[in-house]
Design a binder for this molecule. Structure first.
Ligand SMILES: [Zn+2]
Length: 296
C-alpha cells in the first residue's frame, strides 16, 4: 500500500506527509498548503491486509511545488521504476543519469544518494541480496562444473564455515592455456565494491595474436601473501608448470610471496606499465606500493 502511494506521488507530482501510522491505521495528507487530499486506511483484523476507509483524491494545491529531495522517492518506490531499466544486466545506469531521467520523466528532483539507494534496491529485487549470492556459491560452482567439463572450482571456508576465498577456472580456459597459449601468466588483483568489499584475483594468458584470455579468477577478503599462495596453488593444480613459463605482475609484495611459495622455479617478471606508473609516482615524490622484486 505504501509502495503504491509512493508510485502515485511520483506519477502525479505531489508529496504527502504521514499524519498517523500504527499497526492498525495509516493516514496521510498532501504536503501542499491547506490541500484537501487525504488518504486513510485501516488494518483488517487478524491479517496483514489494510483497507482504504477514506480517500479524497482531489488536490486543492497546485501539485507543482515539489521540493528537492522528493520525500516519497524512497529506495522501495524508486526501485520499482528502476527495475525495468536495469533488467538488461549489461547496463551501467549511473546515479547522475537516474536523477536526470527522473527530472524528465516525473518532473521531480531527487538526490544522487536517493538515486543510488533506489538502484541498489532495484538490483536486489532483480538479483537477490549479496548475502543470498554468497549462500548460492556452492551450488553455482557445482552447476558451473556440470555445464563446463574440466572446470575446477574451490571454496575455502574458516573453522566456522564462513567464506574465505573462491577459485574458478573454466575447463575451456585451462585447455586453451595448456595447448594453445604462450607459457606465461599475467596475474593481478582488483578491489571490489559492494556490501562485502573483498578482492578479485585474476590470472590471464595471451594467445598468438596478443588477445587476452582469462585462465582463472578468484575472490578473497584481501590481497596478502596467504591469499595469493592459496590462489596460485590452485592455479598450479590446474595448469602445472609449463616449460619456460613466466609470471608477470605488478610489484605487490604479496604477489612476490605467493609466486615464491608456489612457483619457485618460474621466472617472475614485472609489468612494464605498472613499473612506469610507479616510477612516475616516484618522480612526483609520492609513495610507491610494495617492494622491489628480485627478478627485476
Ligand atoms: Zn495537494
Amino acid at each position: 500500500m505504501k509502495l503504491e502511494l509512493g508510485k502515485k506521488c511520483l506519477l502525479e507530482h505531489f508529496e504527502f506527509k504521514v499524519d498517523r501510522s500504527s499497526k492498525t491505521r495509516y493516514e496521510v495528507s498532501c504536503m501542499g498548503d491547506g490541500c484537501e487530499w487525504r488518504f486513510k486506511a485501516y488494518a483488517i483484523p487478524g491479517g496483514s491486509l489494510f483497507f482504504v476507509k477514506h480517500m479524497n483524491d482531489r488536490h486543492t494545491c497546485s501539485k507543482t511545488q515539489t521540493h528537492p529531495h522528493f520525500r516519497q522517492a524512497n529506495p522501495k518506490v524508486l526501485g520499482q521504476f528502476l527495475k525495468e531499466q536495469l533488467k538488461d544486466s549489461g547496463r551501467i545506469y549511473r546515479a547522475k543519469e537516474i536523477v536526470k531521467d527522473f527530472r524528465q520523466r516525473f518532473e521531480v528532483e531527487i538526490t544522487n544518494l536517493q538515486a543510488w539507494c533506489g538502484k541498489s534496491h532495484a538490483l536486489e529485487l532483480l538479483q537477490g541480496t549479496t548475502r543470498d549470492s554468497f549462500a548460492k556459491l556452492p551450488i553455482y560452482c557445482y552447476n558451473l562444473k556440470l555445464a563446463n567439463p574440466g572446470s575446477v572450482t574451490h571454496i575455502l571456508v574458516d573453522e566456522q564455515g564462513r567464506f574465505e576465498m573462491v577459485f574458478v577456472a573454466l575447463g575451456v580456459a585451462i585447455r586453451s592455456f595448456m595447448f594453445n597459449l604462450r607459457p606465461f601468466v599475467i596475474i593481478t588483483a582488483a578491489h571490489l565494491k559492494g556490501e562485502f568489499k573483498g578482492t578479485l584475483f585474476l590470472a590471464v594468458g595471451m594467445d598468438g595474436n596478443n588477445q587476452i584470455l582469462p585462465i582463472a579468477y578468484g575472490i578473497g577478503k584481501s590481497e596478502d601473501g596467504e591469499s595469493w599462495t592459496w590462489f596460485l596453488s590452485k592455479l598450479r593444480d590446474c595448469v602445472g608448470e609449463k616449460a619456460n613459463m613466466a609470471i608477470i605482475s605488478d610489484r605487490a609484495n604479496s604477489i612476490h610471496v605467493g609466486v615464491r611459495n608456489v612457483f619457485p622455479r618460474v621466472y617472475h617478471g614485472l609489468c612494464c606499465r605498472h613499473l612506469m606508473m610507479n616510477l612516475r609516482l616516484l618522480s612526483s615524490k609520492k609513495s610507491v606500493r610494495g617492494t622491489m622484486v628480485e627478478d627485476m
